[in-house]
Design a protein around this ligand. Structure first.
Ligand code: FES
Length: 580
């Protein structure tokens, strides 16, 4: 490969495999020639890995063979040599107990696949919730030139003339079915109407949040966030990514040059401006720590202040990702942040331009969908980070999803020791609970419910629902779905299963939530807490072998990104020694 000007030509990493004129070179080239690849493809072309999470078990990514083809066209057009490879795919609705249990496993798969193979650059194909952080984490630790391409959201759901978003009305319709108010045929009809095209969830849930953050981090091309999967322009974006990654290899624009601290700060503010998922907090922490950036929960609190949500999207608003794209997409939001002084304008992006150069001319075509920052859809939409004797290492609440009247409240704890305990007792007519109580759920953190399930938005007990109660304070070490809502304190750290103070809460204890003061306090004297701690025994581990045991033994707490301790950081992409 020729260098620019008088710069010496850089040696491609892939030439350690394909550039050898010996026994091993024969092996490396010869076996790939079984597909009819000509010799000239091995002679100095940048080899681009297309890291594909296609899977029929992950419906959100089931169109990725098509996306990969368009990346391949782009790589070929730019003079590269594309090689597609599969990695674990994590289907949010299909995997049990929770796809999050496998995020770190998939990240390990991605990292090692990149490092083990003759690749010079990588295009990451990601869509469903956990596929995005998993691929970014793995690729960050390998640190080759990398572009992220999201698969795009589904088209709007439409049922009987009504626009419906991913997840909308599932609970109410299943209740209606149980009550005989709708037929099974209607139920099935609604299923088909909600998910009527390829793509991931089309509300501003975790998948759309993460696709937006890929763009805000500078890892994706402009408009990565919102072009629907079914829109031809999604394929065009994939093709342009294929072209661009070849140039990035020539420029040695590795991922760690994009994932700088300013990029993460931009992503945190973007998270507030799009009213994004609380899950993004855990994922951004984990990605940052892969590249050695000490992002902390305090950064989310500090940077999120003064950021307002400007997108009127479900689950909290009216519109869907398709509408967001037609209104101008994420560049409009980023431009607004930049004009308000809330963006690091010089942050680099994969197309070689700064983030500001990419978005400064963005125009909005629908001010109902993307509101001006001065008249936001929801004010103060950044995450609030709570601390106190109940969460010494922090807890997360999304104030814009909470009830204002509960933001400062002291209530009596009603404790559920496990998720099974919650399921067994929540609708018990004899449960001693009223609307002023605080529901506490233990043992659902990274270690306790391996994978930190999305169960933090506990259902309101039926007897309170009948009284018209629609929200209560709920506290746990769990996560919640990006499409969920309520006054829900999540990610309490340390978690109960790790011996955090959450494990010591008992029925009847008083707890104070004060969001303005960022405080979460358990009104129990230190001596009493110590006595309870002495009597506490950790729950038995959920597994004694295999990956789940390794996960339990090594997973970090939510405030550190819930990564495995030995995966934090990066090793880069040194060429492994050959096997002869
Ligand atoms: Fe895949 Fe929602 S289930 S993004």
């Amino acid at each position: 490969m020729s260098g620019e000007g008088d710069k010496p030509a850089r040696t491609l990493r892939s030439q350690a495999w394909f550039g050898r004129q010996d026994k091993m070179g024969f092996y490396y080239r010869s076996f790939l020639k079984n597909r009819g690849i000509p010799q000239d493809q091995f002679e100095g072309k940048p080899v681009i890995g297309i890291c594909n999470t296609w899977s029929e078990l992950n419906p959100c990514n089931s169109h990725f063979r098509t996306i990969a083809e368009h990346v391949r066209y782009g790589v070929l057009e730019a003079g590269g040599f594309p090689l597609e490879f599969p990695v674990s795919s994590l289907g949010e609705v299909t995997m049990r107990p929770t796809a999050m249990l496998y995020r770190n496993l998939a990240a390990m798969d991605v990292e090692e696949a990149i490092r083990a193979h003759p690749l010079d650059g990588v295009v990451l194909l990601m869509g469903c919730d956990k596929t995005t952080p998993a691929l970014l984490m793995g690729a960050a630790s390998a640190d080759l030139p990398t572009i992220g391409v999201s698969g795009g959201p589904q088209l709007r759901g439409v049922y009987r003339g009504q626009m419906i978003g991913s997840g909308t009305n599932i609970i109410s319709m299943s209740e209606q079915l149980r009550a005989g108010e709708i037929t099974l045929h209607e139920f099935h009809e609604a299923e088909a109407a909600m998910n009527r095209s390829s793509g991931h969830c089309m509300t501003m849930g975790t998948a759309s949040t993460m696709a937006s953050l890929v763009e805000a981090l500078g890892v994706g091309l402009p408009q990565n966030a919102a072009i629907p999967a079914a829109d031809a322009r999604r394929n065009e974006l994939a093709r342009m990514a294929g072209r661009r990654i070849v140039r990035m290899v020539e420029e040695d624009l590795v991922l760690s040059k994009i994932l700088v601290r300013e990029a993460f700060e931009n992503a945190i503010r973007t998270l507030g401006a799009i009213g994004g998922s609380t899950n993004a907090v855990v994922h951004l922490l984990a990605i940052a720590r892969r590249v050695g950036i000490e992002l902390s929960l305090a950064d989310f609190d500090a940077l999120g202040r003064g950021v307002h949500c400007v997108v009127d999207l479900m689950p909290s608003g009216r519109f869907l990702m398709e509408d967001f794209y037609y209104a101008g997409g994420l560049p409009v939001v980023l431009r607004a942040l930049g004009e308000a002084g809330l963006l690091h304008k010089d942050a680099p992006t994969v197309n070689g331009r700064s983030l500001w150069e990419n978005v400064r001319d963005a125009e909005c075509w629908n001010r109902e969908v993307i509101t001006p920052l001065e008249t936001p859809f929801k004010p103060e939409s950044g995450m609030a980070i709570l601390r106190g004797n109940l969460a010494p290492d922090g807890a997360v609440i999304k104030p814009s999803a909470a009830s204002p009247e509960l933001m400062q409240h002291t209530g009596r704890a009603v404790v559920f020791e496990t998720i099974e305990d919650l399921h067994a007792r929540k609708d018990d007519e004899d449960l001693d609970i009223d609307a002023s109580c605080i529901m506490v759920l233990k043992n659902c953190g990274p270690r306790g419910y391996p994978g930190m399930a999305e169960v933090g938005n506990m259902p309101i007990p039926k007897k309170l629902l009948r009284q018209g109660v629609r929200d209560m304070i709920r506290i746990s070490d769990a996560r919640m779905s990006g499409t969920a809502y309520g006054t829900v304190v999540l990610h309490v750290a340390p978690e109960a299963a790790a011996g955090g103070p959450l494990a010591l809460v008992r029925n009847g204890d008083l707890i104070t939530l004060d969001v303005a003061a960022r405080r979460l306090h358990l009104h129990v004297e230190p001596a009493e807490l110590e006595a309870r701690r002495a009597a506490w025994t950790p729950p038995p581990p959920a597994a004694d072998r295999g990956y789940v045991k390794m996960y339990i033994d090594h997973v970090q707490q939510a405030d550190q990104g819930a990564d495995l301790d030995f995966l934090v950081g990066r090793s880069g992409a040194p060429v492994p020694r050959d096997n002869h």
